[in-house]
Design a protein around this ligand. Structure first.
Ligand SMILES: CCCCC/C=C\C/C=C\C/C=C\C/C=C\CCCC(=O)SCCNC(=O)CCNC(=O)[C@H](O)C(C)(C)COP(=O)(O)OP(=O)(O)OC[C@H]1O[C@@H](n2cnc3c(N)ncnc32)[C@H](O)[C@@H]1OP(=O)(O)O
Length: 182
């Protein structure tokens, strides 16, 4: 199947919109996860979302340095937020590739710029660069993800249906129009 340009949903948040926490218990963005990444995201121009998080002592692998797996988590979240908010369709990560180009010290702020690259049926291609301490800082991490659109039953069948219901109630944005329409 051919890859097509990704077209943002007509109700996708406009450039400049800050994206809220998508789930309070989410390790990537949740505000009820003390040691989580607390990633914050804002919609950019075109098909982009800009996210950032501060690396803390809770995120170490080697002394004073971020754990690569947690950096991958940050990219999973940033890419997922890009897919979920611009396309407004539930999707899960099928594949996530990360290139670690520079060490990321505790105390640094990682600026992640993600772009929706295209879709092919249920598959969504998205990629991101993570820069150190400034939007134009040196690239520390690069990632490419393949997300796969799923029905909401993915979460009720495999996850916690009660938590999902609370998630839906808490959603500030109208997500009723989320559907699978490959
Ligand atoms: C998390 C959100 C919860 C709430 C959702 C609702 C609203 C969300 C709102 C806002 C969202 C904002 C932010 C989200 C932020 C972060 C998100 C984090 C996301 C995650 O962290 S999520 C956890 C990790 N994730 C999983 O837990 C997935 C486990 N997995 C599966 O559940 C299945 O594996 C599935 C569904 C992926 C596919 O299964 P399936 O049976 O439906 O479909 P199938 O296998 O046919 O794949 C269809 C086509 O994708 C190709 N394909 C699949 N996998 C591939 C791979 N790895 N490499 C290359 N190609 C692959 C096939 O080759 C085929 O391609 P083709 O059609 O061309 O043949």
């Amino acid at each position: 199947m051919e890859t097509e340009p990704a077209v943002p949903h007509h109700n996708a948040p406009a450039a400049g919109s800050k994206l809220g926490v998508h789930y309070a218990q989410c390790f990537g963005c949740g505000d009820e996860q003390e040691a989580g990444l607390h990633l914050q995201s804002t919609v950019g121009e075109g098909r982009t979302v800009h996210s950032q998080f501060t690396v803390t002592e809770a995120h170490q692998g080697a002394p004073g340095l971020a754990h690569g797996g947690l950096l991958a988590c940050a990219f999973d979240e940033a890419l997922g937020a890009t897919v979920g908010n611009l396309l407004r369709k539930p999707a899960v990560t099928g594949r996530l590739e990360t290139d670690f180009r520079r060490p990321v010290p505790v105390g640094s702020i990682l600026y992640i710029a993600a772009t929706l690259d295209g879709t092919a049926g249920r598959k969504i291609y998205v990629s991101a660069d993570g820069r150190l301490d400034a939007e134009d800082g040196p690239i520390a991490v690069r990632a490419r993800g393949l997300f796969v659109m799923v029905g909401l039953e993915h979460f009720t069948t495999h996850g916690d249906p009660e938590a999902l219901e609370k998630f839906r109630e808490a959603a500030r944005n109208n997500r009723e129009d989320w559907n699978i329409n490959p």
